[in-house]
Design a binder for this molecule. Sequence first.
Ligand SMILES: *Cc1c(COP(=O)(O)O)cnc(C)c1O
Length: 225
Amino acid sequence: MMRERLRENLDRVIWNIEKARVEVSEHHIVKLVAVGKYTTSENIKLLYELGQRAFGENQVQQLANRVKELSSLPIEWHMIGTLQTNKINRLIELKPYLLQSLSSLKLAEALNSRLERKGATMNALLQINSSNEKSKSGVKPDEAIDIYQEIRERYPNIKLRGVMTIGALSNNREIVQQSFETTHTIYDRLRRDGAEICSMGMSGDYELAIKCGSNLVRIGSKIFR
Ligand SMILES: *Cc1c(COP(=O)(O)O)cnc(C)c1O
């Protein structure tokens, strides 16, 4: 039965997170965001009934469908995928708990002006392209601190809460680790500017990410496969 399968997967992921986080510190708390892009709204509901409260989607349209289909549940929604400028208004209407993928100064400017017009604010993470891969969104690591501060100063309707990265796409553990360490160093530096969230780690690399200081992991396939 799907419910049993989801329970086993969720338990395994939670246990692995637990093992990795206590290696860092007993006080290192890690949040799990379950990523629903490979699954049905019905399975998301099952996972909710098993206790999971935070869910992420990587497309605005998909997020809109979920919010509608699951409107009876007080789910905490995270937008984790690349945000196109023409989807900004739609995203604002959906009132996500957190936009994890604020990926450029230009996008911040566009988002802020729409938010201002609507008298709204949005929590966001600055996405860092920590592996400098062309296919990935995000700001360059060596520009991240300046851009973070510029957004804070110039775009007050965006409430920056920290940083997000996608680990390097590599089978070499050291290269992946390097991308997490790069991001964590930036996060550490930004804590004095109020950063609280360091979002790193997906199904293939979340334990490593936690050991590098992640306090939020985004996991899809290891839960819903
Ligand atoms: C799909 C996705 C995830 C989850 O991926 P899995 O490898 O299936 O755990 C995490 N973060 C982002 C930005 C994603 O698009």
